[in-house]
Design a protein around this ligand. Structure first.
Ligand code: NAD
Length: 499
């Protein structure tokens, strides 16, 4: 981190004159991570059967840096014919190598991959920030370390599957089709690939069309680890490619993370087949602050809950429920804290909020925020100079939000917080559960008994207490209701890949 260049300058973050209650902003010198640690080729093929190959139809698309709109590379667009080649390669590998290999041997490959991921972590972090727009501080300190941790964790399971409590003779399912979103490109890959391989399955994975690069790097890491050909296949493309992959008749398992709409389409596609399915979908989590909560910690948790990764987080705490008696104080401190967030170059180590991943996503965030204002909620964002190129949205909050407002019901998937209030714990539970989703929730209070009571009442797959957005490979993650079904992570995550 750079040191303050000048003495601290008072910065109000509002029109009010600076007082002792206003935040002190430091003028940071830029602390840019070097882009040269990663060499991006001008074009990439599909990774099928252990090799990079050209797509059958020769289709391609561009992936750009959302912070600059600069084209990073031309990436292949897989057609149904390519999907077929990838699934055939995965089937062969399942029959001939991976599916018949003892677990202790599979474990060695997974440990090797985990170590290479650690060795190449800086390169992967820079690449992830370039292709996704997330701050380097997050890709470096959160995404990539968790990716390695996921592989280490599941490597440990590969030779102990009989002890996972999933039956005496656990057997792999076969070929897993895996489709992932753009918000945590490499981490979502790890969540899918590591348990599948540990359990003896082979995979065909499709990354999101706006963030394909780290998955292609992962393909290279599989080569470096000398993983047998066909065990991991990476095909790039958009919705059509994903559709062809999940519909392929020789796929045994579909694992999808993405929007609830696409999740529904996938459920319809596989209905009536013998394919096993897990769906990790959207969310509209309540982050609930009681009047006995440590307010400063809660404010940090609120900020982390909604502004981490630009709010492109399925389990983001996008609805703040704050007890009426402390609402004014919490909001004042929250606004003050929001005024200190630095929005800008994702490769700058001082950046807190990076670029929105795509023009489409920015348009959706803008649209829903405008609807919030039109429906009568009060919009507030700190003064914030946004870069003139690229896709940006300031950290924003809405007060006076009612449960009927669209911004309280729909997933915005951006740095936008809706603030609601409550008086009693029962009212907090009712409001928190009043959503079609059920992925996560946060509870901030001094009372352990209240935490346990709330956790029992909340219809959410994960409930964090006095913290938010904490992930660990040993801990299962997944949703209720329209947030999907199945669990990823932990022993539970193996269940999805075992017969
Ligand atoms: P999306 O559903 O548009 O796309 C996700 C993936 O599905 C992409 O790879 C896309 O190319 C592919 N796809 C699109 N149409 C398809 C189809 N008809 N058949 C098969 N594949 C298809 O979602 P997104 O915009 O990339 O991601 C954001 C969504 O992901 C949010 O709703 C977020 O909540 C959710 N998400 C959930 C979790 C979780 O663990 N529950 C984690 C991260 C993101």
């Amino acid at each position: 981190m750079s040191k303050a260049k000048q003495p601290p300058v008072a910065h109000a973050g509002s029109d009010a004159p600076a007082t002792s209650a206003t935040p002190v902003m430091f003028d940071y010198a830029p602390a840019l991570e070097s882009r040269s640690v990663v060499e991006i080729a001008s074009s990439y093929g599909l990774y099928i059967d252990g090799r990079f190959v050209d797509p059958v139809d020769g289709g391609s698309f561009k992936t750009i840096n959302p912070a600059t709109e600069e084209v990073l590379a031309e990436v292949s667009e897989a057609s149904a014919a390519d999907v077929d080649l990838a699934v055939s390669a995965a089937r062969r590998a399942f029959r001939q190598s991976w599916g018949v290999m003892p677990g202790r041997e599979r474990a060695k490959y997974l440990f090797r991959i985990a170590r290479i991921l650690q060795e190449r972590s800086r390169e992967l972090a820079v690449l992830e920030s370039l292709d996704n727009g997330k701050p380097i501080r997050e890709s470096r300190d959160v995404d990539v370390p968790l990716v390695a941790a996921w592989f280490f964790y599941y490597a440990g399971w590969a030779d102990k599957l009989e002890y996972a409590g999933l039956g005496d003779h656990p057997r792999p399912l076969g070929v897993a089709a895996q489709v992932i979103p753009w918000n945590f490109p490499l981490l979502m890959l790890a969540w899918k690939v590591a348990p599948a391989l540990a359990a003896g399955n082979t995979v065909v994975l499709k990354p999101a069309e706006t963030t394909p690069l780290t998955a292609l790097w992962f393909a290279e890491i599989c080569q470096q680890a000398e993983l047998p050909a066909g065990v991991v296949n990476i095909i790039t493309g958009a919705g059509e490619t994903g559709r062809a992959l999940v519909a392929h008749p020789d796929v045994d398992k579909v694992a999808f993370t993405g929007s609830t709409d696409v999740g529904r389409q996938i459920a319809r596609t596989v209905a009536g087949s013998s394919k096993r399915v897990t769906l990790e979908l959207g969310g509209k989590a309540a982050n609930i602050v009681f009047d006995d909560a440590p307010i400063d910690e809660a404010v940090e948790g609120i900020v982390n809950g909604i502004f981490f990764n630009q709010g492109h987080v399925c389990c983001a705490g996008s609805r703040l429920l704050v007890q009426e008696s402390v609402a004014e104080e919490v909001l004042a401190r929250l606004k003050r804290r929001m005024s200190t967030l630095r929005v800008g170059d994702p490769l700058d180590k001082n950046t807190d909020v990076g670029a929105i991943n795509s023009a489409e996503q920015l348009a959706r965030i803008r649209e829903l925020s405008d609807v919030g204002e039109a429906e009568g909620a009060g919009r507030w964002a700190p003064p914030c100079e946004l870069p003139s190129v690229g896709f940006w949205f300031p950290p924003t909050l809405f007060t006076g939000v009612s449960q009927a407002h669209r911004i309280a019901r729909e997933e915005i998937f951006g740095p936008v917080l809706s603030v609601l209030t409550f008086r009693t714990p029962a009212e907090a539970v009712e409001k928190a559960n009043n959503t079609p989703y059920g992925l996560s929730a946060g509870v901030w209070t001094d009372k352990g008994s209240r935490i346990l009571w709330m956790a029992n009442q909340l219809r959410a797959g994960v409930v964090w207490a006095n913290t938010f957005n904490k992930f660990d490979p040993a801990s299962p993650f997944g949703g209720y209701k329209e947030s999907g079904y199945g669990r990823e992570g932990g022993r539970h995550g193996l269940e999805a890949y075992i017969r």
